[in-house]
Design a protein around this ligand. Structure first.
Ligand SMILES: Nc1nc2c(ncn2[C@@H]2O[C@H](COP(=O)(O)OP(=O)(O)OP(=O)(O)O)[C@@H](O)[C@H]2O)c(=O)[nH]1
Length: 607
């Protein structure tokens, strides 16, 4: 079984924990994975070149040797055979390592540039790790870029650190705290530099490293291995029994059709096995035609490595599966080996239910979600749920016309949710036209965090604009007194000088007397000869009043008038817009309600 060391002695073998690398763009994920692979290769352990499809294994012997100088700080004896690293970093792929209620990945390394600190994808990575309950270690990368740092290539961090000048050490500590540890605390995690951690299951260990110089890689691997053992004490599994895995990626391969890159996290997968996986049109029951693994090579150039057929693979493993009907499968779907046709049917039902549970379709209000894979769909749905954003419809695939139709239907219930959130998928031309026609915004991004930020920003702007508009239309509480000696015209319209005693008046506001009788509508407000849009408490202005109002008959000099706030408006002021009233407006509103209740005791009773 070339390339699959776990398969060499298929007796009772513990499986390796699966590790993923996440983090913000350019923080050094790829460089770190290359370094880890390089470390494993240059260790020149015979027969330990351990390449998988989409993954690499760092054997325990390599980790132990690297960690030798650290024995006093990180004492451990490894019982796991090694660590399986998923080769492609990033949360798009990580989200496909899904498994009902969690992740196939046992651990993660969150890479944070120690100089750049937390960035959008750092937050997003943490969110996804939290969702899937994956414990993680933080690699505070690029320590070689700290001013004054003297690199000691491929040396443990502790040893290199001791040889740095004091001020350089201080600079590192400061950055480590400000840019990494404090940020983790803000998010509710207890975190410490790895050598100060007492309980690795409660505290996030932060390992300062340089993926470029190799400083700290020894500790990073040792901490991971130690953590893996502690965490997995009760979860460690043997590589035996029927395989369970997940489709990481599907690829078209000339001559072979659609093949699936699968991560096997449990059991054994053999050529000829009856397997069950999932597609959008339903579960797929098929047989493994071939299993492909990379040919063993003495170097790390893995990109174009040739694959060769193998008879079986043992968990944990990354393998390319060749089988009929895989073109109907979907990335992120589970893959199970069935021991009989009957069991296959049962498993198929389980897979169908699992996939259906992720695809949402309701008649209720909510957004429309489209994502490229099951894994990203699940991550999107969970992220939306946590933010309390309702979902009407969620599915895998490009944005199509029917998605726009769903959004239009959603608009009838709540226009602010009539949007399409498209994660890493295209919009079909027909759908684009339809969206334009119905003014359905389509938000697209390949970072979930960013996609949701964009939508939430838009949502806030829209609801705020709506609120402003509604607010503008409400009659505000206002109280005025007609100034004696300032009657300019008695009627048609009446023009009088007034003083605003409280609240505010605007043109268009109806007025009432202290006995609740309507006294026309304010037509215009003038302040020293100039028309103004409003008058507030303390101002003395002239107003014209339209309607059947005559000074001397209906109203008189010295009279107090109020704005005639309609009951609906009064209720809005008492509830939704309470915070929009000034203190004097609140006092005036109370007086208005008192007047109104003389005629209608139930006026603006909100409970
Ligand atoms: N000085 C220094 N540069 C580093 C280190 N790690 C990575 N880099 C550089 O940072 C840049 C980004 O590194 P990548 O490994 O491509 O980062 P990434 O996180 O994989 O980025 P994406 O794959 O684009 O998400 C490259 O130019 C690396 O050479 C480090 O420890 N020190």
């Amino acid at each position: 079984m070339p390339g699959n060391e776990a398969g060499k002695q298929p007796g009772k073998r513990l499986r390796q924990p699966i590790v993923v690398v996440l983090g913000h763009v350019d923080h050094g994920k790829t460089t770190l994975l290359d370094k880890i692979r390089g470390t494993a290769v240059t260790a020149k352990e015979p027969g330990l070149i351990t390449q998988h499809v989409g993954a690499s294994v760092v054997p325990a012997s390599v980790i132990e040797r690297l960690a030798e100088p650290l024995k006093k700080i990180i004492p451990f004896k490894l019982i796991i055979p090694g660590l399986l690293f998923i080769d492609t970093p990033g949360h798009e792929l990580f989200s496909n390592l899904r498994r009902r209620g969690g992740s196939v990945a046992d651990f993660a390394i969150l890479v944070v540039d120690i100089n750049d600190g937390f960035q959008p994808q750092t937050y997003e990575s943490i969110e996804i790790l939290r969702q899937r309950r994956v414990p993680f270690v933080v690699a505070a990368n690029k320590i070689d870029k700290i001013p004054g740092w003297k690199p000691h290539p491929d040396t443990p961090f502790i040893i290199s650190y001791r040889q740095q000048a004091k001020w350089v050490q201080e600079e590192l500590e400061k950055k480590l705290w400000d840019n990494v540890i404090a940020k983790l605390y803000e998010l509710g995690f207890q975190a410490e530099r790895f050598d100060r951690v007492k309980d690795f299951t409660r505290t996030v260990a932060v390992v300062p490293i340089s993926a470029k110089t190799g400083e700290g890689i020894a500790e990073l691997l040792a901490v991971l291995a130690g953590l893996a053992q502690r965490y997995l004490q009760h979860r460690l599994r043997f590589a035996e029994g029927p395989a369970r895995g997940v489709i990481l990626e599907l690829r078209e391969q000339p001559g072979l059709g659609t093949t699936a890159d699968v991560i096997i996290y449990d059991g054994v997968l053999k050529r000829g096995d009856l397997i069950v996986t999932g597609g959008l049109e339903g579960p797929i029951i098929t047989r493994v035609r071939a299993l492909l693994m990379p040919k063993p090579l003495q170097e790390i150039r893995i990109a174009k490595r040739e694959l060769e057929p193998v008879g079986e693979v043992y968990a944990a493993a990354g393998v390319r599966v060749v089988a009929p009907e895989l073109e109907k499968a979907v990335a992120g779907a589970p893959l199970y080996v069935a021991t009989s046709e009957e069991e296959a049917k049962k498993l198929a039902e389980r897979v169908r239910q699992e996939i259906e549970a992720l695809r949402i379709k309701t008649e209720a209000e909510g957004v429309i979600v489209k994502a490229d894979t099951l894994g990203s769909l699940e991550a999107m749905v969970e992220a939306l749920r946590r933010r309390g954003i309702p979902i009407r419809y969620a599915d895998v695939g490009p944005v199509a016309k029917r998605d726009v139709i769903e959004a239009v239907a959603s608009k009838e219930i709540n226009k602010f949710y009539a949007v399409i959130l498209a994660f890493n998928v295209k919009t079909l031309p027909e759908a684009e036209e339809e969206a334009k026609k119905h003014e359905i915004p389509v938000f697209r991004h390949n970072v979930i965090y960013q996609l949701l930020e964009d939508f939430e920003k838009w949502y806030r702007e829209q609801t705020e604009a709506e609120r402003r508009k509604e607010l503008e239309q409400l009659v505000r509480p206002g109280k005025i007194r007609i100034l004696p000696g300032y009657v300019f015209r008695r009627s048609n319209p009446a023009i009088v000088g007034i003083e605003v005693l409280g609240g505010v008046i605007k043109p268009g506001y109806p007025l009432m007397r202290e006995d609740g009788k309507r006294m026309g509508v304010i037509h215009q407000i003038q302040d020293r000869g100039k028309t103004v849009p409003e008058a507030r408490a303390g101002m003395a202005v002239a107003i014209s009043i339209k309607g059947h109002v005559m000074v001397g008959r209906h109203i008189d000099e010295g009279d107090v008038l109020y704005t005639d706030v309609p009951e609906k408006h009064a209720i809005m002021w008492l509830t939704k817009y309470k915070s929009e009233l000034s203190d004097d407006e609140k006092v005036v509103l109370k007086e208005i309600i008192k007047i109104k209740r003389r005629q209608n005791p139930a006026f603006a009773l909100t409970i």
